[in-house]
Design a protein around this ligand. Structure first.
Ligand code: ADP
Ligand code: MG
Length: 325
C-alpha cells in the first residue's frame, strides 16, 4: 500500500514518490524539491488534499457534504466548503458548455442501472421516466454569496464521480507546490496532473492504458498539463451478456454507447476529467463539432475504437505533439 522511492537529483534536489490507496483507487504522488524533507512534506500535503476531497465530496459517505446535500429537504440550503462549491459550480459550467452531456445530477440514473444490472434486467420505461424527471443541473441551486447549495426537488441527487478526481489532482498539486515542490506528479487512478519537470529535469512521462489489453497504449510527455482517460474497460455492467458503460447519457437516460477509451489533455485536472466523461457521452462527430464551435476549454482528445486486433484511433490536431512513443 505504501512505496517510497527517494533519490537525489544531480542538481542537489530530491525526488520522493509514495503510492497509496485512496478515493476507491490507487494514487501515486511524486515531488521534486530542494531536499528530501521538503519533498516528503510536499507529498504528504498532497495526500491531505486528496483526503479532503474524499471527505467532502464522496457521494458514498452519507456525512460528506455531497451525502448531506443528497438527503436535504427540497429547497433547504446547505453551507458547503469553498472546495465543494467550486467543484459544483465548475461541474454545472461543464454541463452547460457540453449541452447537457455532463450532468452531476445523474446519480439516480446510475443507481437505477446498477440495481437493474444486479437483477440481470434492463430498467423498464416507467422506471426510466420516473428517474429521468429527477435529472437536470437546473435542479441544483448554488448561491455564491451565501456559499450554499440546494436541490429544487426531492429525489435529486448529485454524483461528482466524473469530476472530483480531477479536481483533487489540482488541489493536491497546488498544495505540493505551496509546500516547496518545484516538480509535481499527481496520479489518481491513472488521471494525472504534471507540473514542472521530473527527477531528470525532463517533462513527466505518462502511460495511457491500452483499452483492449494489458499494458500501455501510448506514452505522453507532459509538463504543466493534466490528462484523464474515461473508458468502458474497467467499469461496466453486464446485462444479458451485453456490456453497459458506467457513464450515463443524461439526454437519453441510458448508458453511453461510448468509445472504449477517451483521453483528454487539458491545462488542469478538473477540465481533463470532466471532459473525458463528456466525450464518452458524445459521439466522436458530436465531440469534434463541439470543439470546433470554440466554446470548450483548450483540449486535446484521443478516441480509441475498433478492437484488440485492429484499434482505430482518432485525435485532435495537437494531440500528437504530446506522444513520445
Ligand atoms: P472513472 O475515471 O472513475 O472511470 P469517469 O471520470 O469516467 O470515471 O466518470 C464516471 C463517473 O461519473 C460515473 O461513475 C458516475 O459517477 C459519473 N457519471 C456518469 N455519467 C455521467 C455524466 N453524464 N455526467 C457526469 N457524471 C457522470
Ligand atoms: Mg471523468
Amino acid at each position: 500500500m505504501l512505496s517510497i522511492v527517494g533519490c537525489e537529483r544531480e542538481s542537489g534536489s530530491a525526488a520522493v514518490s509514495r503510492a497509496r490507496e485512496i478515493m476507491g483507487t490507487f494514487a501515486t504522488l511524486t515531488a521534486i524539491a530542494p531536499d528530501k524533507a521538503m519533498a516528503t512534506a510536499a507529498v504528504e500535503a498532497g495526500y491531505a488534499r486528496l483526503e479532503d476531497v474524499n471527505r467532502l465530496m464522496s457521494d458514498y459517505a452519507a456525512d460528506s457534504e455531497i451525502g448531506r446535500l443528497n438527503r436535504l429537504p427540497a429547497g433547504e440550503s446547505l453551507p458547503v466548503s469553498p472546495e465543494t462549491f467550486e467543484c459544483l459550480q465548475r461541474a454545472l459550467e461543464v454541463g452547460r458548455v457540453s449541452g447537457g452531456a455532463f450532468d452531476v445530477t445523474c446519480r439516480p440514473l446510475v443507481a437505477l442501472w446498477k440495481s437493474a444490472a444486479r437483477e440481470s434486467r434492463l430498467p423498464n420505461e416507467e422506471e426510466l421516466a420516473r428517474v429521468r424527471s429527477l435529472i437536470g443541473t437546473d435542479k441544483i441551486i448554488l448561491d455564491a454569496e451565501a456559499g450554499t447549495a440546494a436541490r429544487s426537488m426531492y429525489g435529486v441527487q448529485v454524483d461528482l464521480g466524473g469530476i472530483a478526481k480531477g479536481y483533487a489532482l489540482d488541489l493536491a498539486a497546488e498544495a505540493m507546490l505551496k509546500a516547496g515542490a518545484a516538480g509535481v506528479l499527481v496520479d489518481v487512478g491513472g488521471d494525472v496532473r504534471a507540473i514542472g519537470t521530473n527527477a531528470a529535469d525532463k517533462p513527466w512521462r505518462i502511460g495511457v492504458k491500452h483499452p483492449f489489453q494489458q499494458g500501455i497504449y501510448v506514452v505522453l510527455e507532459l509538463s504543466n498539463r493534466a490528462v484523464a482517460t474515461s473508458g468502458v474497460q474497467q467499469r461496466f455492467y453486464e446485462i444479458d451478456g451485453k456490456r453497459y458503460s458506467h457513464i450515463i447519457d443524461p439526454r437519453t437516460g441510458r448508458p453511453a454507447e461510448q468509445s472504449p477509451s477517451v483521453t483528454v489533455i487539458a491545462a488542469d485536472g478538473l477540465t481533463a476529467d470532466a471532459w473525458a466523461t463528456v466525450f464518452s457521452v458524445l459521439t466522436i462527430e458530436e465531440g469534434r463539432q463541439l470543439i470546433a464551435g470554440g466554446k470548450t476549454p483548450q483540449l486535446e482528445v484521443m478516441w480509441i475504437t475498433g478492437s484488440v486486433a485492429e484499434p482505430i484511433e482518432e485525435k485532435t490536431a495537437g494531440f500528437d505533439s504530446y506522444i513520445v512513443e
